[in-house]
Design a binder for this molecule. Structure first.
Ligand SMILES: *Cc1c(COP(=O)(O)O)cnc(C)c1O
Length: 408
């Protein structure tokens, strides 16, 4: 029996839904760090923090081992713990909810707009009502890289005394307006802290890495403490004075003090070397992502209404993902079938996200709240290949495959 002739498309490279760009200068930066004196906490940590805070116009940036650690550190720095309530939109990665929950807080899930996946002001109000009118913080998500009604959300949060943490894992480089002023995600114009992830699928990568930005020096200090075991080497904070000091102005050089036990969430100089190199390329990556998104918007227009891009919001996004919303019932195919057929055409796809309020653990703990917007978004969402090294002809290939698979 002879093997079937390979189809022409199979000779084309597989396009994953997302991937990193690593160039020679990124590799050189990492090898330089490997030859350096530190490997872990060294000068590149501070250098990356300075580059990041300047990039997003924040006063402080605290880099850490990953985006989940960033969310956990933000929760701890805000004093969230047992007895706290945190509101989290249901369409996000697990970590937005699990990090504050691991700090001890209980989570109340908020609904989202069915067409953008973003929490709306009315969703926050409804979640607050379900929380009994009282909560301590909202961890909002700039899903796909878009900002929603952030001003109205901030107003509601402030009226109810909530701290605001933005999970901007998807949104480095995104801008939005407050009146005539342009603001950057991460500068915390409306929020207390913003968290980032530098996982390889994100716009900028450190392999694994994350960061929190804030404009409050007290919070920056609390974030640094949480990053490093909860231990302090700052003599101003020492309380066990008999052991800490040889004389009133002479702290013992070996001494450190534990305020509250914690973990090690530090990033290494190796990671930061890559982070610095990648951050230098952000504007190029942003321009590529913008051009690709514009190409997709155009190429997908004829596939409407069966296939539609997620609805655009009033911001200048740097998209992390490019999800389309597909009416699977109209094409009489399940999403799993569509994904398998796309994969056979060499096109990767992924679902972002299975609603977190439906996750086994949270469903068992809180029951399944009725969140129709989250369910409707989830039912239709499919992220198609989107990353800065893709070409417009790759995008054309993706849309042709989608047309073929869906029979449009
Ligand atoms: C990637 C991501 C995280 C977690 O970041 P890691 O660096 O993978 O720990 C958190 N929230 C969102 C929305 C993400 O996309």
């Amino acid at each position: 029996m002879t093997a079937p002739e390979p189809k022409a498309e199979q000779t084309q490279p597989f396009l994953p839904y997302g991937r990193q760009i690593i160039e020679d200068d990124d590799i050189a930066a990492v090898t330089d760090a490997l030859r350096g004196d530190y490997l872990t906490t060294g000068p590149l940590v501070t250098k990356f923090e300075t580059a990041l805070k300047d990039c997003v116009r924040a006063d402080h940036a605290v880099v850490c081992s990953n985006g989940t650690a960033a969310l956990y550190m933000a929760a701890k720095a805000l004093g969230l713990g047992p007895g706290s309530t945190v509101i989290v939109p249901s369409i996000t990665f697990l970590a937005t909810a699990s990090a504050p929950h691991m700090a001890g807080a209980e989570i109340v899930f908020a609904d989202v707009d069915p067409d953008s996946g973003l929490m709306r002001p009315t969703d926050l109000e409804a979640a607050l009502t379900r929380a009994g009118g009282k909560a301590d913080a909202v961890f909002n998500v700039h899903l796909n890289g878009q900002c929603g009604a952030v001003e109205a959300i901030a107003q509601i949060a402030r009226e109810h005394g909530l701290n605001i943490v933005d999970d901007a894992s998807h949104a480095i480089g995104t801008r939005y307006r407050i009146g005539a002023e342009e603001k950057l995600v991460g500068e915390n114009a409306l929020s207390d802290m913003t968290t980032f992830s530098f996982h390889p699928v994100k716009t900028v990568t450190m392999g694994e890495g994350g960061a929190v930005t804030t404009n409050d020096p007290k919070w920056a200090e609390a974030l640094r403490l949480c990053r490093n075991h909860g231990m302090t080497r700052d003599p101003a904070h020492f309380q066990t004075t008999a052991d800490a000091f040889a004389a009133p102005d002479a702290p013992n050089p070996w001494y450190y003090e534990l305020e509250e036990p914690g973990f090690n969430w530090r990033a290494t100089d190796i990671q930061c070397a890559l982070g610095i190199s990648q951050l230098n390329k952000l504007s190029r990556f942003m321009a590529r992502r913008k051009a690709l998104a514009a190409a997709y918007d155009c190429l997908l227009a004829p596939l409407s209404p069966v296939v539609q891009p997620v609805s655009h919001t009033d911001c200048a996004p740097t998209l992390h993902l490019y999800p389309v919303l597909i009416d699977f019932a109209a094409v009489k195919m399940s999403r799993a079938e569509v994904m398998a057929k796309l994969a056979a055409e060499g096109i990767g796809s992924q679902v972002h996200y299975y609603p977190v309020h439906r996750q086994r653990y949270y469903a068992a703990r809180y029951g399944i709240t009725h969140l129709p917007g989250a369910d409707a978004y989830y039912a239709r969402a499919l992220s198609i290949p989107f990353y800065a090294s893709m070409t417009i002809s790759d995008a054309t290939r993706v849309v042709q495959a989608l047309k073929l698979v869906l029979g449009l």
